[in-house]
Design a protein around this ligand. Sequence first.
Ligand code: FAD
Ligand code: SF4
Ligand code: SF4
Length: 471
Amino acid sequence: MPKEKTPRQEMPRQAPEVRRHNFDEVALGYTLDMALAEAGRCLQCKKPGCVPGCPVQVRIPEFIGALRNQDFRTAAAFLKDKNNLPAICGRVCPQESQCEAVCVVGRKDKPVAIGRLERFVADWERQAGVQVPANAPATGKRVAVIGAGPAGLTCAADLARAGYQVTLFEALHAPGGVLMYGIPEFRLPKDIVQAEVDYVLKLGVELRLNSVIGKLGSVNELLGEGYEAIFLGTGAGLPMFMDIPGENLIGVLSANEFLTRNNLMRAYRFPEFDTPIKIGRRVAVVGAGNVAMDASRTALRLGAEEVHIVYRRSREEVPARAEEFENAEEEGVIFDFLTNPVEVLGDEHGGVRGLRVQRQQLGEPDASGRRRPVPIPGSEFEMPVDMVIMALGTRPNPMVFSHGAGLERNRHGTVVAIEETGRTRLERVWAGGDIVTGAATVISAMGAGKRAAADIDAYLRDGATGPWWVE
Ligand code: FAD
Ligand code: SF4
Ligand code: SF4
C-alpha cells in the first residue's frame, strides 16, 4: 500500500465563543509533534519556489531542514539571516499570497505551512534565549532611520549588522509602528513585538522615542547634522473619512484611533492602564479590509452587544484576508453587504444614535477590477447604532515632509521612490514601506527596508557611482 501523505497541520485556535470575550492570542501555535509533521511535508527543493515568494528571501528549505533535525538553534539562525522579525512574520504575513503561494507542494496539495513553522522556531528561540550575531567592523558612518515600524526596524537592523551607527527616530512613545499600535493583541501579542524590537536594539541601534521628524527637526537638518544617509519609513497612518454629514459627532472615530487607544495604550486593561475607551452597545464598522476586521473583533471583545461591518460591495469583494474574515464571522460579527453610509445621525447630546445607509447593487468593474457599487434609489434606511468606526484606508502623514524640499510625492501623498533601491528624488534620502506604497503589508515594508539598507551600504561604502536617480 502507498504511504499516506501527511495532511497540512491545522493551527489550534481558541474556540470562537471563548475568544470573543478575551484578548489572548487566538492562534495557539504548533506543538513539537505538529511542527515536525509539517516540516516533514517539505520536499527540501534544490530550487525552492517558496524563497522568491518571500520579500526578504527567508532561507526556507534550510530552516525547515534544521527544524526536521530538531536543531532549533540552527533553524533560528537560518531564519534570522534574512528576517529580523520572524515571530511577527510567522503570525501576520499573508503567507497564502507570498511564500506559500509558490510552494511546489501546493500544486497538488495544500502548501507547506511555512509561516506557522517560522512562528514555531522563532517562539522556541525567544524562550530558549535569543542569540545576537556579531556585527561587521564599524564603518564610522552614521545613518538616521525615521519611523520604527517594520520598514524602519528592518533597515536599521541590517545597517547595524553591516557596521553602521544607526539612530532610529520614532514619533510615538513606543516602537513597532502598526505592529504595536494597530494589530490587536489577540493576533500579535505586544510582548512578542517588544522582544523582536529588543533584538534590533541589541544589534546596537540607538532608539529615540517621542521624536517627530518634521516637528523637532527636518529631514534636511538631519543631513546637516552628520547623518550621511536617511531612510524614511514613516508609514501611512493618516486615516481617511467619508466626508458625509455627522462624521464629527462624538462616537465616530477612525479605526486607527480606536485600535491605538486599545493596543498601544491598553484601554482594554483600564483602570490598570489609564486610557478608558467608551464602547457602544451597537457598533458599526465601515469598510471590510483587515483593519475593519481587527476593529470589529476588538469592539466585540470590549463588550459591544452587536457589531456590524457595513460594506458597499458584496461578500465576494471583501478585501480582508480570508482567514480574518472567517475569524470575524465565527466570533459573531454581522456583515451588512451592499450597504453604504450616507449620514451619521446624532442624538440630543451630540452623540451617535444611528447610521443612515443606502442599499447598493454591483455595476461594471472599476479601475481596481472590482465591480463598482451603484446606489439603489429610494433604498435608504436607518441602522440604530451608537458608535461608528471608519476603516476606509490611510495615507502618509504629511508631518515628516515639513521643510523636506525635494521629496516628490504622487497624488495620493505617497513618496516617489525607486522600487529596487528605495532612492527618493532627494539625494541621500531613501524611503520604503507604506510611505511609498500606501497601506500594504508588514513583509512588503520589511522587504523595502532591506533593499534600501543594501543600497545605502553600497552607496556609502563604495562612494557614489553613477547618477543618483535614473528615469
Ligand atoms: P508603520 O508600521 O506605519 O510604521 C511607521 C512608524 O513611523 C510608526 O511607528 C510611526 O509612529 C512613525 N512615524 C510616523 N511619522 C513620523 C515622524 N514624522 N517622525 C518619526 N516617526 C514617525 N499587514 C500584514 O502584513 N498583516 C496583517 O495582519 C496586517 N494587519 C494590519 C492591521 C491593522 C489594524 C493595520 C493598520 C495594518 C495592518 N497591516 C497588516 C499592514 C501593515 O501593518 C503595514 O503595511 C506595515 O506596518 C507598514 O510598515 P511601515 O514600517 O511602512 O509603517
Ligand atoms: Fe519546501 Fe515548498 Fe519550499 Fe519546496 S517550495 S523547499 S516544498 S517549502
Ligand atoms: Fe513567508 Fe513571511 Fe516568512 Fe517570508 S517572512 S517566508 S513571506 S512567512
